[in-house]
Design a protein around this ligand. Sequence first.
Ligand code: 6K6
Length: 138
Amino acid sequence: MKIYFAGSIRAGRQDVDLYIELIKHLQGYGEVLTSHVGNSEISAYGEKGISDHDIYERDMDWLRQADVVVAEVTNPSLGVGYELARAEELGKRVLCIYRPQEGKRLSAMVSGNRRFAIKEYKELEEGKKTIDDYLQAA
Ligand code: 6K6
């Protein structure tokens, strides 16, 4: 299985440790094409040595190859929102996982899309279980 994991990069790296663990878990199911999203050396500023155009083309190519998209959507990110829209257009299966935050709500453009599976969770172990339930139900 080819898995496209989406998570905030330039919109903020505060959840990178969580992404690392979720990606490790997903690697038990197949190839995570976007494992750099969980690279703690990649700051919110940028990945060295690759242009934005090349990032875009590379990521869109991976998205086309993916069997499933798993997005951690707690930290709102333009890039993740864009990837979700393109994934929908490409007919990909999409799981969005979200940790409810006091005083904030997930964008209705994600939570209101019935083509996406949207699952709330509180911490890593529950997130992994949510992924298991989704991927094993396929
Ligand atoms: C790394 C750190 C900052 O910039 C970089 C290089 N950029 C990216 N490298 C790989 N994928 C990227 C990069 N920027 C965005 N993406 C894709 O968009 C990833 O697949 C993420 O899921 C998503 C993050 O979007 P932003 O808007 O938070 O950056």
